[in-house]
Design a protein around this ligand. Structure first.
Ligand SMILES: Nc1nc2c(ncn2[C@@H]2O[C@H](COP(=O)(O)OP(=O)(O)OP(=O)(O)O)[C@@H](O)[C@H]2O)c(=O)[nH]1
Ligand SMILES: [Mg+2]
Length: 215
């Protein structure tokens, strides 16, 4: 978080991370569909809508006493081939991470490999960064999907040293359906809550909830 006293602006940077095709861009598209009047979303995509470099959204919210918050959302490219590109983005640091996992059981190893990459980048310092993990695509056939509990358990087993100390790591798990916007704003709120609860209180009147559906 950067606080610029002169321009009375607070900058918050949140990165969307996760394996290719998990739904990072789709989630950002949804957030933009409801907050597009507050900012811009710049996407650099190849054919078939695959992110080549990143998705970059900046949204400005006016809070009290002339202060404003600039919320910077960066969606990484998930493809293996562009690992170096992700590294450049991640090395610049961030205030919080929304990790978009693909909820299908068949995707578990790709999800874990992506999380391992995060651990590789930040090492033990990852424990200090707030993370909201979204099990995305929960609209698909329930028999093909992993439960939140099972996902959590596998992640804890694999990354004990990072995940286990829950007091240090602000981490939360939720279900999302990015194509419908389900859980998108809740994930954003949760990561903002982890980053700074007082700031979220000030931002709350400005944040729209978007579409809510029952699953
Ligand atoms: N059924 C279903 N499909 C989804 C959901 N979210 C995303 N998708 C689909 O999954 C595909 C990939 O979504 P993207 O948002 O482009 O994925 P990404 O993580 O940005 O992928 P990269 O940019 O390649 O890393 C698209 O066809 C989306 O429509 C969801 O909640 N449910
Ligand atoms: Mg993308």
């Amino acid at each position: 978080m950067i606080v610029d006293q002169l321009s009375k602006t607070i900058f918050i940077k949140i990165i969307l991370y996760g394996p290719a095709m998990a739904g990072k861009t789709t989630l950002m598209d949804f957030i933009h569909s409801i907050h597009g009047d507050r900012g811009v979303l710049d996407k650099i995509e190849g054919t078939h809508g695959r992110t080549l470099f990143w998705d970059h959204g900046v949204y400005t919210f006016v809070i009290s006493k002339g202060w404003k918050v600039k919320l910077v959302l960066i969606g990484t490219t998930g493809q293996k081939y562009y690992k170096d590109n992700r590294m450049v983005i991640m090395k610049q640091g961030c205030d919080g991470i929304i990790f978009i996992a693909d909820a299908r059981k068949t995707e578990i190893e790709r999800n874990m490999a992506s999380f391992a990459e995060l651990v590789g980048i930040f090492g033990p310092n990852l424990s200090k960064i707030p993370i909201v993990i979204c099990l995305n695509k929960y609209d698909l056939d329930k028999n093909t999907l992993i439960s939140l509990e099972d996902f959590r358990k596998i992640l804890k087993d694999r990354f004990k040293e990072i995940i286990e100390n829950e007091e240090r790591l602000r981490i939360s798990y939720r279900i999302t359906i990015a194509v419908k916007g389900y859980g998108a704003m809740e994930a954003l709120r949760q990561v903002l809550l982890f980053i700074n609860p007082d700031l979220l209180k000030l931002l709350e009147p400005e944040l729209k909830s978007g579409q809510v559906i029952i699953i």
